[in-house]
Design a binder for this molecule. Structure first.
Ligand code: HEC
Ligand code: HEC
Ligand code: HEC
Ligand code: HEC
Length: 494
């Protein structure tokens, strides 16, 4: 925002809502305590961003209206029709440079179209040259689209602030009118809206493609052309002319797209949307960095304190059900995976899974309940680990990895194996289908997961494939993993 404001002095930042919590249902226990601390931190972050408004979504209300009011700091709240929050307004007039812009939020009360029209009318009377509606519709994109179409002429832009599943919903734009825009969840991008207000009265609204949109279109065409050219080279002889035709057609389309001029309707309000990816290219702000560091420290202290009130170990498994035993054993006479499967263990020690806990330590997040479950083994499971300060308990590990229940050990893929270890070779699954991987490799934490591309990093000679004489176990693909760029971004952004 600092960079943007330097470029565009009139820039106004508003939060479209559902900022504070990941769910409208409050969490309990230590997880709830951390969620509350995080919400307070996020609210403070909005102040640092200089937010001109923050819409109150259903998820923001998880701890009730008083919590929202108490944490707002100096940020004006926009009421979206949910539980009434003290001090929240149904409409705000903000200044983008010299241009008064009306902000509204809606979606949580039933049938709000009429109310919105009335409020938009009032804002225009107060001088608003453009009206932006934040939609907090429980039905997400679909419902927001319906609401938007019922408001043509009354509002100029609709921004969806509630995603059904923030992990999987990408950036989106629909021309409308009015244009409907949605920004990827989990803080993965920022939506910049440029408004070009015509002199005199505005007639209609127009979503322009803009420089970024044009570049994206050209790039997509270039990619398709490159793929078709590959086909021309590699396809069976008789198919090649077909692909050659396709290449020519795409090249024509590209030439048209490159020279096309957008014709903006006379008198229209021109809206240009740019989605700014918050990846490694965006540096840390010093104040924001300190805020996050303070949060990490508080989380650590709080979770270590709360852990002491919890039992040492997880509840035992139900009768007949297997428990986690870990890659190594803490009891001298009990065998564990590494002893009977030394080759697999040596292989595993060369994969990223064997230092997943270190990764959290480096990021200073090893005591965060938001992170632990995918970076250790058997979190909250019988035989696993239930206390954040007990991950190191349960065996020395193998080759310096997998101490206790730290790291992504064998059983996270093969399943809890106490029964197998007592009575091998049964009670265990050799096959590990992709649905096991995506429990952890889900959209929010592994957005580029592709089973075929990832698998060579975790199987190979010595694990899933035979070793030839003299060969030592090693993954098929090596290096530090398939997603260097992503990793760089995670290291920076988290
Ligand atoms: C007491 C020895 C012993 C222990 C402990 C042990 N296994 Fe095994 N396991 C075997 C034997 C023997 C086989 C069959 C031969 C083989 O595939 O190596 C086997 C097979 C397997 C298989 C392949 C199953 C199949 O159908 O091909 C997997 C996967 C496996 N073990 C995982 C584990 C994991 C994970 C652990 C630790 C949690 C573990 N084992 C602990 C002895 C053991
Ligand atoms: C318990 C959660 C979990 C499961 C299940 C899981 N992973 Fe991972 N995976 C992780 C974590 C965490 C990392 C990051 C490790 C690190 O800190 O570098 C990771 C990293 C990876 C990497 C990058 C490794 C490297 O060498 O840098 C690959 C490839 C991968 N996983 C493939 C898979 C595949 C394929 C499956 C299923 C067969 C799978 N994973 C199952 C949690 C999991
Ligand atoms: C739902 C499971 C899950 C949760 C929760 C999770 N992670 Fe991960 N994490 C993964 C997986 C899977 C990868 C591997 C991603 C890939 O390579 O595609 C990963 C990779 C990483 C990496 C990059 C590791 C590297 O160097 O290769 C970092 C850093 C990281 N996680 C930190 C965190 C932090 C901090 C949190 C908590 C805020 C967290 N993770 C929560 C599953 C998870
Ligand atoms: C990221 C997931 C993952 C982890 C972690 C993992 N495995 Fe595997 N394992 C697999 C996959 C995938 C296969 C190949 C199965 C197939 O052929 O479909 C496999 C195969 C096996 C096999 C049977 C084939 C063989 O090479 O003998 C054994 C035994 C085994 N694993 C043991 C282990 C042990 C022991 C560990 C921990 C030291 C471990 N695995 C960690 C995914 C994993």
């Amino acid at each position: 925002m600092k960079k943007l404001r330097a470029e565009v002095p009139g820039a106004v930042y508003a939060d479209a809502g559902d900022l504070l919590f990941e769910s409208a249902v409050p969490r309990k226990g230590p997880q709830g305590a951390q969620a509350e601390l995080k919400a307070r931190t996020l609210a403070r972050g909005e102040e640092l961003l200089g937010a001109a408004a923050r819409a109150v979504g259903a998820r923001d209300l998880a701890l009730g209206p008083q919590f929202v009011a108490e944490t707002r700091g100096n940020v004006p709240l926009l009421d979206a029709g949910g539980t009434k929050v003290p001090g929240a307004s149904p409409a705000l007039l903000v200044k983008a440079g010299d241009v008064p812009v009306g902000l509204l939020a809606a979606g949580l009360a039933s049938d709000p179209a009429e109310t919105i029209r009335a409020r938009a009318g009032q804002l225009r009377q107060q001088g608003a040259r453009a009206i932006v509606l934040v939609a907090q519709t429980p039905g997400g994109w679909q419902e927001a689209g319906k609401l938007a179409r019922s408001l043509t002429g009354a509002v100029d832009v609709v921004v969806l602030g509630h995603l059904e599943d923030p992990a999987t919903e990408p950036d989106r734009a629909d021309p409308g009118p009015p244009p409907l825009l949605a920004v990827e969840g989990h803080g993965q991008s920022l939506l910049r809206i440029d408004l070009e207000v015509p002199p005199g009265a505005t007639r209609g609204v127009y979503l322009a493609q803009g420089e970024a949109g044009r570049k994206a279109e050209l790039k997509e065409l270039d990619d398709r052309i490159a793929r078709m050219r590959d086909q021309v080279r590699t396809a069976p002889e008789e198919m090649r002319p077909l692909y050659a035709d396709k290449v020519r057609e795409l090249e024509q389309r590209r030439a048209q797209a490159a020279s096309a001029h957008e014709s903006v309707p006379v008198g229209a309000l021109v809206v240009t949307a740019t989605f700014i990816a918050l990846g490694p290219g965006v540096p840390d702000d010093a104040e924001a960095h300190d805020l996050v560091a303070a949060y990490d420290d508080q989380v650590t202290q709080m979770n270590l304190r709360l852990a002491q009130q919890q039992p040492e170990s997880c509840p035992p498994p139900r009768r007949g059900e297997p428990a986690f035993i870990g890659v190594s054993s803490s009891k001298p006479r009990v065998k564990s995976c590494a002893e009977c499967h030394e080759t697999s263990a040596a292989f595993w020690a060369k994969t990223g899974h064997s230092h997943a806990y270190d990764t959290l330590v480096t990021a200073r997040k090893q005591f965060s309940l938001d992170c632990i479950r995918c970076h250790v083994t058997g979190w909250q499971q019988p035989g696993g680990v239930c206390r954040i300060d007990r991950t190191q308990v349960g065996g020395p590990g193998f080759a310096g990895r997998g101490k206790g229940r730290q790291d992504v050990q064998c059983e996270m893929c093969h399943g809890p194996a106490s029964e197998h270890a007592k009575d091998p070779p049964g009670h265990i699954a050799a096959e590990v289908p992709a649905n096991v991987c995506v429990r952890c490799h889900e959209a929010a934490n592994s957005p580029h997961f592709d089973d075929a591309r990832y698998r060579p990093f975790i199987v190979g000679p010595g694990h899933g494939e035979p070793l030839v004489a003299g060969e030592s176990p090693h993954p098929r693909a090596s290096g530090s993993g398939p997603n260097e760029e992503l990793k760089a971004s995670m290291k920076g952004a988290r």
